[in-house]
Design a protein around this ligand. Sequence first.
Ligand code: LMR
Length: 399
Amino acid sequence: MFDSLQPLPPDPILGLNAAFKADNNPKKVDLGIGVYKDEDGATPVMKAVKEAEKRILDSQMTKAYVGPMGAAGYNEAVAELILGSTLKNSLGGRRITIQTPGGCGGLRIAAEFIARANPNTTIWVSDPTWANHKPLIGSAGLDFNSYPYYDYKTHSVDFEGMLSTLAKVPRGDVVLLHGCCHNPSGADLSQDQWIAIKDLALKQGFTIFIDLAYQGMGDGLEEDVVGVRLLAESLPELIVVSSCSKNFGLYRERTGAVSLICQNEVAASSASTLLAAAARANYSMPPDHGAAIVQLIYEDSSLYSMWQEELKGVRDRINGLRVTFSESLKKSGVDNDFGFIQNEKGMFSFLGVTQSQIQELINKYAIYLVDSSRINVASINKSNIDYVTESIVNVIKIT
Ligand code: LMR
């Protein structure tokens, strides 16, 4: 039965990471996968996380099942982190949150929920969007369409194009937005643009679905959710999938959530049974460890301050690197203007180089980047910045 199977092509991001690991070039640089790296190229466990782990190890008395919704305390912590306590309290029983195995598990569960609510829904994704959005959400059987998002010429959001396409999206369809630190472009919406989208959603009646994977990695924990909160305050319904992979550095612990805002409490209580059933049918219940860490950090004021400080360090380093790297490219005398890298948010930006230049960077210089030319700025450091800059200059000049 398995004899006739043909291998699938490698995943565009994870496959690149495997190729990077297998490369013996001592100068190799991984600008591919979206994992934060410090100045030494390491992805350390945050101190607040280590401390929380110690306490959990000492105090945990059971490994009994937690249930498909996950830990109630974690769900409340996540909802408060996203919405703030005032908004969360004012939404009351209209809001529900379910713990999921990472943001990916959340996207899949949310997609199944949408497919159940309206099997004819089309999901509108930004062009471009994260390479795993379509596989994850599409596996629930939903159709896709796209709206213009990134203008490669101006290196900014094509808001006119986006709005004019969204103006045609009907009631019953779902528009997927990136809450902050757009992946792959790094180009984010301004507050006024979030307001315009909110107004359009109210007029058209489509549902908004936010993927929030990078809260705190752009401008700040509060600043990065201005758009999410604006929509949560004004729209009758909203779906938010959030992840603790990046901001708590819990990547492999698979710690995420789906939060739903429904028209009323009755709808919310029905919705929570659908989410729980989707979890039960897929993985039964989410893993505990990452969620227990997040809950403990959130509930303990000293761990929370420690974590906030560390996250600020991560954010400041990324924003500093954006300036240093674009200045390094400018000083190299290359014709292309890379100034836009300074204005973008989170870990990613497009380098804007061609396919053959990307291949040359990988094959000749062992500098790994995604085939859209997306780079992870956080992988740059003092010891590789000159090599990365020179290699980019070389491939741009040669081709
Ligand atoms: C990325 O975009 O590189 C990260 O979100 C990691 C992943 O799973 O693709």
